[in-house]
Design a binder for this molecule. Structure first.
Ligand SMILES: [Zn+2]
Length: 626
């Protein structure tokens, strides 16, 4: 009996051990040791060059941290016009991942190999090249660039969790994904994909960068919970930023980190004309400043975090906010944020630098190229002088040192080229996009969308496509205006990067109002309406909520009480928020393809699509456009 009792107890204890073990397998490691990872410069430089540089390194030399954020799939360089004065302007080429590789290589030389490259998320959604590979082209490029760690932005969820799992599972990926805030909603502690046992995936990680131990955690804006397509964030919850700030630095310190960095896919907006140390004035508190609000509310953040690499707000930052150094770029791969961290007597001090724009040329009088940095940096320079070869911290940029990334991207570019370059139509003048008021670009594009839906001759449940009354797009669905000149499919992809489809729903007038009002609490969300309807947002309180009104314009039949409405996949969540339970049909028709198809019917010289809120749906061309 005794024997069988002890056997039973042994069985129980084994069962307990088993259960405990199973539990620990499910939760993701905090402060994992990234000892199997090559450093950024080990990856980018030859072994001989790396060893030579390392032999010159002094213990007092700083750790250089550079970062990108909100790349949104922008692997290609872009051309800008840099206007210096009425008489002087330059055409400059900025960005592109090949140029990033050559800049990182130069930065490695200047830092004698003690350099760390990080990314703060929203990396894949936004260009045909990236989207057509479901982000794979960028994942592969990140590995080639010597990226050490990235975190998830809200737009990573656009691709669905299966795609996130496939990024995580790839053995060829050499950088880490860290996420200290994404949880399976069952218990609020575990990351849902931890069962994959994916390599280089943890809540946070500690690297040894040329002798300095650096701990890195990751935060995904908790607004992802309301900004994502609901199915894509099923069974997921998000910790708040203040919880991450409070809880995630200490485990890194315990694991030996001398420097702690948070990759925060939440940022603010700062006046770049003001110096770093005036951050509390330069970075105004607002509803959109998720990071600034959390830092100001958390008195110990300055003693816990040496640097925050921010993203999401697409605003250049290099400011000390509530005592914590924060850096961010405006995104789209045009620049990298830059800081230097020195360690003296176990204390790390961060020196924030201006972002480094990735230029194809510099000038005798100025080592810059982008109109954005010209606006905040160079008031006193009257003329730029002659172009010269770009350099970074005394190292020339060698264009050929972008070849590893080029070898990854070229096959994707070639297979897309004929589609990307295909002309849709042309515009005789620029149509700007405003996210919070009437938008001339939206007037054109939303009408074009509705026009295509109506002629698509489809039926969904009780709905017929030709009876759709109005189309609404959330303002963020369009990422920029329409420039003058030709509009290619590649460019349309940048304007409408999301792969949303038209959803059809029937709404009463009062439901329509509730749907619009569901957007009021967000400072960014605003509706773009098609012909015959006007949306107005009153600035009756600052910055939010604001009253959003939806009105019919007199040209439509007034007596009608029920409206057949087209909305995007994304906007479905606003129906839920407005507690509208009507059946919604997914048409499966791509919004971007529909718009392109309408505009293609107008071969050239579209002047405008009329004013935003009167007698719309007249695409005006100069001459015989159609
Ligand atoms: Zn974002």
């Amino acid at each position: 009996m005794l024997k069988s009792t002890s056997a039973f107890l042994l069985f129980l204890s084994l069962l307990c051990a088993c259960t405990v073990k199973k539990k620990s397998e499910k939760s993701l490691l905090r402060a994992a040791l990234g000892t199997d990872s090559q450093g950024t410069c080990e990856r980018l430089l030859s072994p001989t060059e790396y060893r030579n540089l390392a032999s010159q390194l002094l213990p007092t030399d700083p750790l250089v941290v550079v970062s990108t954020n909100d790349l949104h799939g922008h692997a290609d360089e872009r051309i800008f016009n840099l206007k210096v004065s009425e008489t002087e302007s330059h055409s400059v080429i900025v960005g592109g991942l090949e140029r990033l590789e050559s800049y990182l290589t130069a930065a490695c030389r200047s830092a004698k190999g003690r350099l760390l490259y990080l990314d703060a998320g929203d990396s894949y959604q936004g260009t045909a090249l990236s989207n057509s590979t479901s982000g794979q082209a960028i994942v592969d490029s990140f590995s080639a660039l010597g990226l050490m760690a990235s975190t998830f932005g809200n737009h990573e969820f656009d691709f669905g969790q299966d795609k996130i799992k496939s990024w995580l599972s790839q053995p060829t990926r050499t950088f880490w994904y860290v996420t200290s805030s994404v949880n399976s909603s069952n218990d609020g502690k575990n990351v849902p994909w931890s069962e994959l046992n994916a390599p280089r995936f943890s809540r946070s990680v500690v690297f040894n960068i040329a002798g300095i131990k650096v701990g890195i955690a990751g935060y995904t804006t908790d607004s992802t919970a309301v900004k994502s397509i609901p199915d894509n964030i099923k069974d997921i919850s998000f910790n708040r930023l203040d919880e991450v700030l409070l809880n995630e630095a200490e485990p890194l310190r315990k694991q030996g980190a001398e420097v702690t960095i948070l990759l925060s896919h939440a940022g603010g907006a700062c006046d770049m004309k003001m110096p770093a140390e005036h951050g509390d004035k330069a970075c105004k508190e607002s509803d959109a400043d998720e990071l600034g609000r959390a830092l100001r509310a958390h008195p110990n953040a300055a003693s816990q975090w040496n640097l925050i690499v921010a993203g999401h707000s697409h605003s250049p930052q290099r400011h000390i906010v509530a005592g914590v150094p924060v850096m961010q770029t405006s995104g789209l791969g045009l620049s990298m944020a830059h800081a230097r961290i020195k360690i003296h007597k176990n204390t790390a001090t961060t020196d924030l630098q201006d972002p480094v724009y990735l230029c194809d040329q510099h000038f005798d009088q100025w080592n810059g190229c982008h109109p954005e940095e010209w606006a905040w940096k160079s008031e006193k320079i009257q003329s730029l002088g002659k172009p010269k070869k770009p350099s970074l911290l005394g190292q020339f940029i060698n264009k050929d040192e972008g070849n590893e990334v080029k070898a990854i991207l070229e096959p994707h570019r070639n297979s897309l080229k004929s589609f990307m370059d295909k002309n849709i139509t042309s515009f005789s003048s620029e149509l700007k996009h405003e996210r919070t008021s009437q938008s001339p670009a939206a007037a054109c594009l939303v009408d074009a969308w509705l026009s295509h839906l109506r002629i698509s001759d489809e039926k969904w449940g009780e709905f017929s496509s030709k009876n759709i009354d109005v189309a609404f797009l959330n303002a963020g669905a369009l990422r920029s205006g329409i420039s003058s000149g030709s509009l290619t499919w590649g460019r349309l992809f940048e304007i409408i990067p999301y792969d949303n489809t038209a959803h059809i729903v029937s709404l009463t007038s009062s439901e329509l109002i509730s749907f619009a009002r569901a957007h009021e609490s967000s400072p960014h969300d605003y509706l773009l309406a098609s012909e015959g309807w006007a949306v107005r947002r009153q600035a009756n309180s600052n910055p939010s909520p604001r009253t959003i009104e939806v009105k019919r314009i007199s040209t439509l039949p007034i007596a009608k009480q029920k409206w057949t409405v087209a909305i995007s996949t994304f906007s479905k969540s606003f129906l839920e928020r407005a507690k509208i339970e009507s059946q919604v049909y997914d048409s499966g028709l791509s919004i971007r393809a529909s718009i392109g198809s309408t505009l293609e019917r107008f071969k050239k010289n579209i002047n405008s699509c009329n004013t935003a809120d009167s007698s719309r749906m007249q695409i005006v061309t100069s001459g015989n456009g159609e």
